[in-house]
Each structure stands twice: as structure tokens, then as C-alpha cells.
Design a protein around this ligand. Structure first.
Ligand code: BEZ
Length: 242
């Protein structure tokens, strides 16, 4: 009888653990739809990503307001606003603090005169995630680092709301906005020209790679031979002529 009781207790525990783990969301990966969330931000309530229609979107997460590295990143993002506008890309920032703190932080950031540049207004929303809902939804809580603050994440989301790239940075390293724009431009190029990919250290204006394997595939692209060159049978470049 005692054995029967322990077996029952053990089975019930196993069942609860299975149910609980099934409820834990899988962190989104490249190729997954961007998880939807509704949250309060410095620009009012936002429904992400649907509020941003068919634009490209980049979601930046920050572990904490009034921290030096995060502050430098938001400052640089505000400075780069025009570049992101030209790339038809909407920036959404979130931080695991409350909205009142975000408002005060935003006002302070808009006053900073750094590297002799004119201070810029912060036009993108800063989402409040003090309940960690969005951080958990997007897999930004890396438990060995912190259970109460997210890590620095960058999610690139295409016009169909599919995640196309994810970067994670540690607390100690500020993000490189040029690298984020370089990745965005490469993703946009591939979105427009599915047969083009970009090599290591590629910059806008450089030749791109064509992952062509067979002659039939090459012919189907209808590209003039003079625009193509190979550095190995497995590396075909398309000259950048635009
Ligand atoms: C920072 O942004 O400076 C920072 C954020 C979290 C922990 C440590 C530093």
C-alpha cells in the first residue's frame, strides 16, 4: 500500500513537471514569427510588431535605466534615427524598469551633449518591461547572468514579422550601431534579392556572393557572365554595379 502511494505521488509530480515545462515558452529563433506583445511605452501603449505594419523593425533590449552603457547606446540610436528612417526601419527599445523611470531617463538623455553633437529628441518608444513579460517572451532572461534583468538583445524583424537575426551582448559591451545597420542592410538586400548573400566584412557598395551551384541555376538567374567572377568553384561573386 505504501509503495502504491509513493508511486502515485511520484507520477503526480512527474505529470505536474511535464505540464509546467510545456507552459514555458520556447525562446524565438531566426525564422520564427516575432512574438506579439502589448506594453506601455514612452510613446503610449504599443502592440508589437503589428503597430509597425510592413516596415522593418528592430527591438533593442536594455537591462536597466540610468546605466552608462545603456545610456550611450540609446544616445547613439537617437543620433542614428535619420539613417534608420532611410532604411524604412522602426526602432523599439525596451528596458526592465518602469515607465516613470523611463520618462525621467529619456528627458536626461535628451540633454546630453556627447562628442560635440547636437542632442537629439528620442522619437522611438522605450517600452516598460518591469514585469519581465517581454523579456521572458523573447528569451532575454539568461538566468546565469540575472533573473531580474534582461541581457542586451537585438532582434531584426522583416516586413512579414519574421525574425531574421538575433544578437546578444553582455552587460559590459556597448552595441555597435554601424554593425547593426550593416546587418540590416545585408538582410534587406537578401529580402529583395533572395539569391544574394554577403561575405565577411561586407560593406554597402561591396560585391555580394551568389550561392549558385549548377549551370542551370546560374542560367536561371539571367546575370551576364561579365558581372560574375569566381574565387573558388564554391565562391561566386556578383559585381556591385548599382
Ligand atoms: C550598463 O548599461 O552600463 C549596465 C547595465 C547593466 C549592468 C551593468 C552595466
Amino acid at each position: 500500500m505504501k509503495n502504491l502511494k509513493s508511486t502515485f505521488v511520484f507520477t503526480a509530480m512527474l505529470f505536474s513537471i511535464t505540464i509546467l515545462s510545456a507552459q514555458v515558452e520556447k525562446a524565438p529563433e531566426i525564422g520564427d514569427p516575432a512574438p506579439e506583445f502589448i506594453a506601455q511605452s514612452t510613446n503610449g501603449e504599443i502592440n508589437f510588431p503589428s503597430d509597425y505594419g510592413e516596415h522593418w523593425k528592430i527591438l533593442f533590449s536594455h537591462p536597466k535605466d540610468f546605466t552608462p552603457v545603456c545610456a550611450s547606446e540609446i544616445y547613439e540610436l537617437a543620433q542614428a534615427q535619420n539613417d534608420f528612417d532611410k532604411l524604412d526601419t522602426k526602432i523599439v527599445v525596451m528596458s526592465t524598469d518602469n515607465l516613470a523611470q523611463h520618462e525621467t531617463w529619456k528627458a536626461a538623455l535628451e540633454e546630453i551633449n556627447y562628442k560635440d553633437r547636437t542632442p537629439k529628441k528620442i522619437l522611438f518608444p522605450i517600452v516598460s518591461d518591469n514585469n519581465l513579460k517581454v523579456s521572458k517572451l523573447y528569451g532575454m532572461i539568461h538566468s546565469a547572468e540575472s533573473l531580474s534583468h534582461n541581457i542586451r538583445g537585438v532582434y531584426f524583424i522583416d516586413p512579414e514579422n519574421t525574425i531574421r537575426a538575433i544578437f546578444f551582448y553582455p552587460n559590459e559591451v556597448g552595441r555597435d550601431i554601424d554593425e547593426i545597420q550593416r546587418t540590416l542592410v545585408s538582410l534587406q538586400n537578401h529580402y529583395a534579392n533572395r539569391n544574394q548573400v554577403t561575405p565577411a566584412n561586407w560593406q554597402l557598395g561591396d560585391d555580394v556572393l551568389i550561392p549558385v551551384i549548377t549551370k542551370a541555376e546560374k542560367d536561371a538567374l539571367s546575370l551576364p557572365d561579365s558581372d560574375l567572377y569566381q574565387v573558388a568553384w564554391f565562391m561566386t561573386f556578383l559585381k556591385e554595379t548599382r
